[in-house]
Write a protein that binds this ligand. Structure first.
Ligand code: FES
Length: 151
């Protein structure tokens, strides 16, 4: 991790005005903001750790836990909601044994939601990494995990 952070910091002056772009690059590199790296960033820009943490938690774009290898985003938009998105989300939660916003212990899956993923005619929809899964039902979700386990 050390080399990665040094490479990022080498592009910046020791200036607190650069805090957000630095944090964005750290997140891009690591997939989230590790606590140890945030402390080093704080030292670099000359701010207390608590200030850097306060800034990072203010913005929704920053994550403080690692993302899973596979990111599942269940649409909660109106079209998906009226066609059963809540039940689809609950099935993912049950299959993965995590709640929305969490990542499995083995870092295989992160489960999240979005307001609309732009495929309303195919509701309810879910993004699995870059692929859209259309017209999902809890049963289809359960079957896909059954197939996955059989591999
Ligand atoms: S509301 Fe779900 S894709 Fe638009």
């Amino acid at each position: 991790m050390e080399d990665n952070l040094d490479a990022i910091l080498s592009n910046y002056e020791r200036d607190s005005f650069d805090l957000i772009p630095i944090l964005q690059e750290v997140q891009q590199k690591f997939g989230y903001l590790p606590e140890s790296e945030m402390r080093k960033v704080a030292k670099f820009v000359g701010l207390p750790d608590s200030r850097v943490y306060a800034v990072a938690t203010f913005y929704e774009q920053f994550r403080f836990t690692p993302m899973g290898k596979n990111v599942i985003t269940v649409c909660r938009g109106t079209a998906c909601h009226v066609r059963g998105a809540k039940q689809v989300l609950e099935e993912y939660e049950e299959q993965l044994n995590i709640k929305e916003g969490e990542t499995t212990d083995d870092l295989e899956y992160t489960l999240g939601t979005a307001a609309c993923i732009g495929c309303c005619a195919l509701a309810p929809c879910v993004m699995v990494n870059d692929e859209v899964e259309a017209k999902l039902t809890p049963n289809k979700v359960a079957q896909s995990f059954k197939k996955e386990k059989a591999k």
